[in-house]
Design a protein around this ligand. Structure first.
Ligand SMILES: C[S@@+](CC[C@H](N)C(=O)[O-])C[C@H]1O[C@@H](n2cnc3c(N)ncnc32)[C@H](O)[C@@H]1O
Length: 189
């Protein structure tokens, strides 16, 4: 097995758009989706391309998710800065809107977060592979940890969903919907 590759801080990783595929069945087309730490805008651009009304904000543009919120939004989707995952989760639960955060599996570890999940609820979408993030130095793909969508309010209907992500090559940024199967529909198997 190859040693993990480390390039830059996960706080700055940008998310490949195929990671959004398992969320689409649960996103209503009339929702305003807020990507609240959008970075370079990978997820915002893809959600717009898919026809979702999407707002992108980031602290680099002066919009701190921990204090700012847009006038109107129905759902929050982001890959947040991992160093602030506790604060991002707390704030999202308090905002009371559906959310999906792409977070390391270790997010499940701490008693403080477990209390949050027990109190407010959590539905997780797991991938069978690690997501290959875009690293800030552009030297490679950082994936020394596994991630999953930590969601609440999307009405998935079960606490754990398992998805198969068929990535043909590390460089592939374009996956069609058949690239991923979970449970019993084109997305799920
Ligand atoms: C891991 S990157 C992910 C970028 C983008 N969400 C994606 O998935 O491609 C995390 C982003 O969070 C932003 N960020 C850090 N602290 C923030 C805060 N308090 N409020 C909003 N954005 C923040 C960073 O500037 C960075 O762009």
């Amino acid at each position: 097995m190859k040693p993990p590759s480390k390039h830059g801080s996960p706080n700055d990783f940008q998310t490949p758009v195929e990671s959004l595929i398992p969320l689409y069945p649960y996103l209503k087309k009339n929702w305003i989706i807020w990507e609240c730490s959008c970075g370079k805008g990978n997820l915002v651009n893809k959600l717009k391309e898919e026809g979702y009304n999407t707002i992108g904000t980031d602290i680099i543009d002066g919009r701190d998710f921990l204090v700012y919120q847009p006038e109107e939004f129905d759902c929050i989707i982001t890959n947040p800065p991992y160093s602030l995952k506790q604060q991002f989760l707390q704030r999202s639960y308090l905002l009371g809107k559906p959310f999906a955060f792409l977070l390391p599996l270790t997010t499940l570890e701490t008693p403080k977060r477990q209390e949050l999940f027990k109190k407010y609820g959590l539905e997780i979408i797991f991938f069978d592979k690690r997501i290959n993030f875009e690293t800030p130095d552009g030297k490679g793909m950082g994936s020394w940890f596994a991630t999953a969508w930590f969601t609440n309010g999307l009405n998935i209907g079960k606490e754990m969903t398992f998805c198969k992500l068929n990535v043909t090559s590390n460089k592939s940024r374009q996956l069609d919907l058949n690239g991923l199967y979970c449970n019993e529909n084109p997305f799920f198997g």
